[in-house]
Ligand binder design. Sequence first.
Ligand SMILES: Cc1cc2nc3c(=O)[nH]c(=O)nc-3n(C[C@H](O)[C@H](O)[C@H](O)COP(=O)(O)OP(=O)(O)OC[C@H]3O[C@@H](n4cnc5c(N)ncnc54)[C@H](O)[C@@H]3O)c2cc1C
Length: 353
Amino acid sequence: MELEKGKRSTQKVPLNGKRVAVVGAGPAGLTVAADLAKLGYKVVVYEALHVAGGVLVYGIPEFRLPKHIVQAEVDYIKSLGVELQTDALIGRLFTVQELLVNGFDSVFIGTDAGLPKFMGIPGENLCGIYSANEFLIRVNLMKSYQFPNYKTPIRIGKKVAVIGGGNVALDSARCALRQGAEIVTIVYRRSRDEMPAREDEISNAEEEAIHIKYLACPTRFIADDKGQVKTMEYVTMKLSEPDGSGRSKPIPIKGSETIMAVDTVIVAIGRTPNPIIQSTTEGLKTLIGGIIEIDRKTGQTSLEAVYAGGDIATGEATVISAMGSGKIAAQSIHRLLSCRKKETPLTPSATTT
Ligand SMILES: Cc1cc2nc3c(=O)[nH]c(=O)nc-3n(C[C@H](O)[C@H](O)[C@H](O)COP(=O)(O)OP(=O)(O)OC[C@H]3O[C@@H](n4cnc5c(N)ncnc54)[C@H](O)[C@@H]3O)c2cc1C
């Protein structure tokens, strides 16, 4: 609405001489960048991919979130004076410490939970088996559906199995259908009641004739003579008492092994934080699974002037929660830096190159 009416002010605020580096251009990082730019900070956003937007561009499909909406947000944030550096992988190009030493007064880490989990079962590395991350990036970001006009291809067979029960599994299944698959089956090890995906997403998938096989868990994949996945073996599960997640625990039923013909499999069973920042930032405390430890009220990490938010600090969550944590961190950074004396002269570009 705001976009259509062109109502938002893009008036630049005079710079206050302080610089903030934001790592990751997803909803958390972009929120921090916009809020701080409006307060007069020079903000540079470093993004590992070639476009900004995070999961909004590489994960959520076009039919759910048209990319021009995300691009308009990114353009607006740039119009506030935020500098965006794409293809810039922090942890390799610069470390967080190097950003601080090279003239940034504070760093915000919003680098997501983008490392796919796998089941660890035989045959999982066969041709034709993708992680949901790779599959969705190829489709949404690399526009594989326009190959050869775009350079990244994707091979989708007629019979596609998607493993998992969350929104990512449903997005993958609906994308596979649009890529030309004839039968798409979501394979989920619990029942519909435990499915983590939103109810409306499940209904949308069902309306599109996507099959959902409940209480089924893959046990191995079998290849054809070219190393391409040909069949998937799964076992039927029964539900028992609740486990640590509070949901009924799925238990395999002995002797229930069944073979299902597949020619593409998409594994969408969750994602964990990418460890690159944690492993290159001395003194940055993490929780189990590599989630960056923060003070929830401020977003501050174990390091002074280093803040974090979004999925990297919460585990897989939502766009709104990532934006909320960005707002909290921006306020905390402002509180910290507005008490500090101006130390570094302002240069036209705050990049460290
Ligand atoms: C397929 C899918 C569908 C989803 N659907 C919904 C939905 O419908 N509704 C909802 O609310 N939530 C949804 N989510 C979850 C939501 O998208 C995330 O919770 C949210 O995007 C997290 O925001 P973020 O800014 O923390 O991370 P991201 O959006 O993941 O952005 C992080 C950015 O950091 C970059 N990055 C990572 N490491 C580095 C580095 N070392 N240097 C520089 N840059 C780096 C990444 O490339 C990425 O662009 C979905 C997630 C997926 C995967």
